[in-house]
Design a protein around this ligand. Structure first.
Ligand code: FES
Ligand SMILES: [Fe+2]
Length: 348
């Protein structure tokens, strides 16, 4: 039975993270939905085990705990009647700022603050809704930068989200891994004969670290030629923003650039929702669905790996797994997560 003296309303009821790790994670910003999916009608989601409801009142974006303060029914089951989201159980209505503006059973009663929703800091950026469970509402959001998102020479796309049954740290590490292309992605962009990994360096930054990887592994879909440049050396520039976002800028032949943001949003310690805004300065006339499909295929190839790795958590203590030089980025990633104070068995 829950001991009431240990009940902390700030924490989710069903906690899959160590409380110590949760408090650090909750300070950061994560994408929780596609901007195009959000309207005045409420949608439910989850972040760090916390159930969330997202809705709009005019231009105002509201993200709140998806728990009615009256008897705990999710507001995401309700509907917005134009003046707020109406709870399915007793019709309490929540409008601007998540404030209760109607108690149908007692229309004359003054509404106490106890009936307002617990709201969280949220903004829309890169076509995504970002949220932090601990940031102050209205404070400047600390969201990773995305090169070329504002650049008029680039086309901006936001891939549909992908749900993966793994810890966000494992997914992020897979995205920055440069030794698996030939083994996991031979049907999309990898070359099964191109397995050797040239040396590369990492550099610590204010937001995490960066890595420049130069190799012969291309990024055109298999079947397309290299557009006349057989000996082209591809540069992949990674910027890793701790804890779970990385942007990869791929330098294509003829000055082409593609930027992919891989933001792994931790729904729970074992469920990740992957968001991937992309911008590119070539093929801008091709249907965006082709780019969505190609990226989805790549992420589906990775799914087999990240959903089956053991342990499911990320061992930050480097002595717990074996490493080779091509793992420079993942070793750096683990070292810096440890420095942030996360447990040696992160999300165990
Ligand atoms: S539970 Fe929401 S109004 Fe009663
Ligand atoms: Fe991959």
């Amino acid at each position: 039975m829950t001991n009431l003296t240990h009940y902390d309303p700030e924490l989710p009821v069903h906690m899959t993270f160590a409380t110590h790790d949760w408090h650090i994670l909750a300070q950061h910003w994560y994408p929780i939905a596609l901007g195009r999916d959000v309207s005045e009608q409420p949608i439910g989601t989850m972040l760090l085990d916390m159930p969330l409801v997202i809705y709009k009142m005019g231009d105002e974006l509201i993200v709140a705990k998806d728990v009615c303060p009256h008897r705990g029914v999710p507001l995401s089951l309700g509907k917005n009647d134009g003046q707020g989201v109406v709870c399915r159980y007793h019709g309490l209505r929540f409008g601007e700022g998540g404030k209760c503006n109607r108690i149908p059973a007692h229309p004359e009663q003054k509404i106490s603050d106890r009936f307002h929703l617990k709201t969280y800091a949220a903004v829309e950026l890169y076509g995504l809704i970002w949220c932090s469970l601990k940031a102050e509402i209205g404070s400047t959001p600390n969201i990773p930068t995305m090169p070329h998102w504002e650049d008029a020479d680039f086309q901006q796309l936001v891939c549909p989200q992908v749900d993966i049954a793994c810890f966000a740290g494992r997914q992020l590490e897979g995205f920055i891994d440069v030794a698996h292309f030939a083994w996991v992605h031979p049907d999309t962009f990898g070359d099964p004969d191109d397995v050797e990994v040239p040396d590369y360096k990492t550099k610590e930054t204010s937001y995490g670290f960066e890595a420049d990887y130069i190799s012969s592994v291309g990024r055109y879909p298999i079947g397309l030629d290299q557009r006349g440049q057989d000996d082209f050396k591809w540069l992949r520039h990674f910027e890793i923003s701790l804890p779970f976002t990385a942007t990869l800028t791929i330098h294509f032949p003829n000055g082409g650039r593609q930027v992919i943001m891989n933001s792994a949003s931790p729904l729970t310690a074992r469920q990740t929702r992957l968001f991937a805004p992309i911008c590119r300065n070539y093929d801008k006339d091709l249907p965006v669905e082709d780019a969505y499909d190609f990226n989805l295929k790549i992420f589906e190839e990775d799914r087999l790996i990240v959903e089956n790795q053991k342990p499911e958590y990320l061992p930050l203590d480097l002595s717990l797994e074996a490493h080779f030089p091509a793992d420079r980025s993942s070793s750096m990633y683990r070292k810096l997560l440890r420095k942030m104070g996360f447990s040696p068995l992160f999300a165990a």
